[in-house]
Design a protein around this ligand. Structure first.
Ligand code: PBG
Length: 330
């Protein structure tokens, strides 16, 4: 024992872990409510509905929405991201509902804005919740058309900006959409509507519960590998971020979250730009399911996972835990 324990070399690193006050003083990162963006699901019907694969998450109808936001505002959550669940009759192959100035996101934006000024609203820009074929772009003969989709995404972003969204969040992964949306917004005078670009979005199995939440699962044929990224790649993520920044992205996003912390860290270290991450539905579902079984301590794992984002260099996390985490921090 004495042979390996070198008294002369031991610096006693445990000394700074012995008491709570020291641990607090030397903590390198801290979570605050400012780190959270809350994703909110909207539905056409009044009332609320549950998302079975996402325990605790609800979709809110027009009559319940403003009340549902109240706590987020009170807790000081800086932003919410709006995602629509449309009835099957509303979905078409041409996705025209996406640019209807009275669609769910536009209506929700106007009604929330009427009641609250202190929370930012982020409109999701992608076609999947409006597409009877379930894809993020226009599908023709089984192919996801790029430039035709970008045209629709621009119209979608414009109606959201007109309704009062502070940010548009293109989550579609079509080529060239950031620049096209920037031009569209600028030409219409929305110079200060921000673009939160989903730049490094991977073709992930962790999105399953979200597709239940927006009702896109049944319709979707095949996978999204021709537009979302291959989980094997990270150099490509840097190229995509660089490209989106050149096209006018104000902030970039990595998605999913926990399995992609290396990507977040590389992006932050390389570009030093506002870097967001999405702790996606499958990550949420895993923690909820394991803690419902008593296999994990819910609050401990929730906070640890959020801290991991922070440590990797994330500026803010889209997380279904936003309200629960903010309550705990309070
Ligand atoms: C697609 C979109 C997805 C999510 C948000 N917007 C993924 C997808 O269906 O490919 C996933 C979010 C989550 O899993 O929480 N526009």
């Amino acid at each position: 024992m004495n042979k390996t324990f070198r008294q002369d070399l031991v610096v006693r690193p445990r000394r700074i872990r012995t008491d709570d006050w020291t641990r607090r003083m030397v903590a390198e990162n801290r979570l605050s409510v400012d780190d959270f963006i809350w994703p909110v699901f909207l539905q056409e019907n009044n009332g609320t509905s549950d998302v079975p694969s996402m325990p605790g998450v609800k979709r809110y109808g027009p009559d319940c929405l403003v009340d549902a936001i109240a706590e987020a505002v009170e807790l000081g959550i800086p932003a919410i991201a709006l995602f629509p669940y449309n009835n099957p009759e509303t979905k078409t192959e041409d996705c025209r509902e996406a640019y209807n100035p009275d669609n769910l996101i536009c209506q929700a934006t106007r009604s929330i804005r009427k009641h609250y000024q202190e929370i930012a609203l982020i409109g999701d820009v992608a076609l999947d919740p409006y597409n009877s074929l379930g894809h993020d772009g226009i599908v023709k003969d089984g192919v996801i058309l790029n430039d035709e989709s970008v045209e629709i995404l621009c119209r979608q972003a414009l109606v959201q900006a007109e309704a009062g969204c502070d940010y548009v969040g293109p989550s579609d992964m079509m080529d060239g959409r950031i620049g096209a949306i920037r031009d569209t917004l600028d030409e219409a005078g929305y110079t200060y509507t921000k673009i939160m670009a989903y730049s490094a979005k991977y073709a992930s199995g962790f999105y399953g519960p979200f597709r239940d939440a927006v009702g896109a699962k049944g319709a979707l044929k095949g996978d999204k590998k021709t537009y979302q990224m291959d989980p094997a790649n990270s150099e490509e993520a840097l190229r995509l971020v660089e490209n989106d920044l050149q096209q006018g992205a104000d902030m970039v996003m990595v998605k999913p979250g926990i399995a992609y912390l290396d990507i977040i860290q590389r992006i932050k270290n390389t570009f030093g730009v506002p870097t967001m991450a999405y702790q996606v539905s499958g990550e949420y579902a895993m923690i909820k399911a394991a803690s419902a079984n008593g296999w994990l301590d819910h609050d401990a794992v929730m906070m640890e996972s959020l801290m991991a984002f922070k440590r990797a260099g994330t500026d803010a996390v889209l997380t279904y835990f936003a309200l629960e985490a903010a309550r705990l921090l309070k």
